[in-house]
Design a binder for this molecule. Structure first.
Ligand SMILES: [Ca+2]
Ligand SMILES: [Ca+2]
Length: 431
């Protein structure tokens, strides 16, 4: 079984500074990376289109797990991926949140839910139908809730919709802790309960980038292009009963909102690792939630936290950056570099990189190549020998404030310089 598609099929893995940062973080005992070091090394952030293409190249060409087979099939993967965290002999279903005893396959209690309904582009299972059995988007599901969801797009409902409570949740208030359903087919809506909204959203984001048409790099099978949209007519057009070259699902705007509102939790991270261990590819939006904001040009819904000062301190003689004043979106603040590097330009043109904790891995949250302003250039040292760098903070750098997983880095193109956020306090250092 191939455990990772990255670096195979002659794809070059170019050296880059971020892996070095990952090792530094790991060496410091601060993180346990889930994605292998370098898994995202070939991301190209020169434009959203380049980011999409490079991300696709990282996650494509995965190993297809048979949907149903006497050998390892999707039941085997899903019973591990969707295992009840409270009991390894049971599964926890996606919509009803009900625990069921594992039976090694489906039964009258649970079955397999195509979160992107297979009717929208890939209804007929076959050896060449990769999305049909893609476990990043399949979830074990209570049979009755799966039937109710049918192939309704994901969208928020209103209080007049029908309520589908979760196990142990409350009932009677909208939206409460429940799922909600109204209408049917592409005129309907299925609103997932709050703790699974991000999960299903990230599955759809994954499919959109994983499937871009073309052919599988190993098997040569043609693949569809799966596309997220807010246009229900397009969804209808891909519901033909046949496998299509293009499939549409949505609603994109709803899914992005859900993605931001329900960030990955420990269970979803574990799920990503399980599927990765079988298919050899990861859902990058679980590892790097911020990539969705860049790809679909959405602002990250965050706010700046307090700033402190300090340094990474791992290799001695490290210049110390500190923030002067309080950074704010859309404004410029000053970075004071107490021990200036010998080459001033070495501290400009920062890219922003995120270290996920406890997710592991490192992710860009923006870069100058995406037309974001270049970080400041200092012209002179002050009486204390310090440089002051004016740093404009565009709104897109709100990504900086994402503190869910504990740490942030800022690197220059050579991998020098760093910004750390830990417990809501940013500290500045130099690698
Ligand atoms: Ca969740
Ligand atoms: Ca696509």
């Amino acid at each position: 079984m191939r455990r990772s598609s990255h670096g195979q099929h002659g794809r070059a893995v170019r050296p880059e500074p971020f892996a070095a940062v990952a090792f530094a973080i790991l060496a410091s005992g601060l993180a346990t990376a889930q994605a292998p070091p370098g898994y995202y090394a070939s991301l190209d952030l020169s434009s959203p289109a380049a980011l999409r293409a490079s991300l696709h190249a990282i996650i494509d060409d995965h190993t297809k797990i048979p949907y149903t087979a006497s050998s390892t099939d999707t039941w085997n993967v899903l019973e591990l991926a969707d295992q009840d965290p409270a009991n390894p002999s049971r599964i926890l279903d996606v919509y009803r949140n009900r625990s069921h005893a594992k039976v090694g396959a489906g039964n009258s209690n649970y079955d397999r839910e195509h979160t992107w309904p297979k009717s929208y582009g890939f209804p007929n299972d076959a050896a060449d139908n990769y999305p049909f059995s893609d476990c990043h988007a399949l979830r074990l599901c209570d049979v009755s809730y799966n039937a109710t969801r049918s192939n309704k797009p994901f969208e928020d409902c209103t209080a007049s919709a029908s309520e589908y409570p979760i196990e142990g949740g409350s009932t009677g208030s909208f939206p409460g802790t429940s799922n909600w359903s109204t209408g049917s087919f592409t005129t309907g809506r299925w609103q997932v309960w709050r703790d699974r909204r991000g999960d299903v959203a990230r599955a759809q984001l994954y499919l959109d980038v994983r499937y871009e048409g073309g052919v599988h790099g190993v098997t040569g099978y043609a693949e569809p292009n799966l596309v997220l949209t807010d246009n229900r007519s397009l969804m209808d057009s891909s519901n033909t009963g046949n496998n299509e070259s293009v499939g549409y699902m949505g609603l994109l705007s709803t899914l992005l909102t859900w993605h931001f509102a329900d960030p990955p939790d420990a269970g979803e991270l574990r799920r990503n690792d399980v599927v990765f261990s079988f298919q050899g590819n990861r859902n990058p939006f679980v590892d790097r939630p911020e990539l969705a904001a860049i790809l679909w040009n959405r602002p990250w819904p965050g706010a700046f936290l307090s700033y402190g000062q300090g340094c990474l301190g791992s290799n001695g003689g490290i210049p110390v950056f500190s923030a002067v004043g309080t950074p704010a979106l859309g404004q410029t603040f000053n970075l004071r570099l107490a021990s200036a590097p010998s080459s001033v330009p070495a501290v400009v043109n920062f890219d922003v990189v995120r270290q996920n904790l406890p997710l592991g891995g490192i992710g860009f949250v923006g870069c100058t190549a995406l037309a974001l302003p270049v970080f400041g250039i200092a012209s002179a040292t002050d009486a204390q020998g310090a440089l002051t760098l004016p740093v404009p903070i565009p709104n897109s750098y709100a990504l900086l404030t994402q503190s869910l997983h504990g740490q942030w880095l800022v690197l220059d193109p050579a991998g020098r310089g760093a910004v750390f956020s830990n417990g809501g306090t940013l500290t500045f250092g130099k690698l």
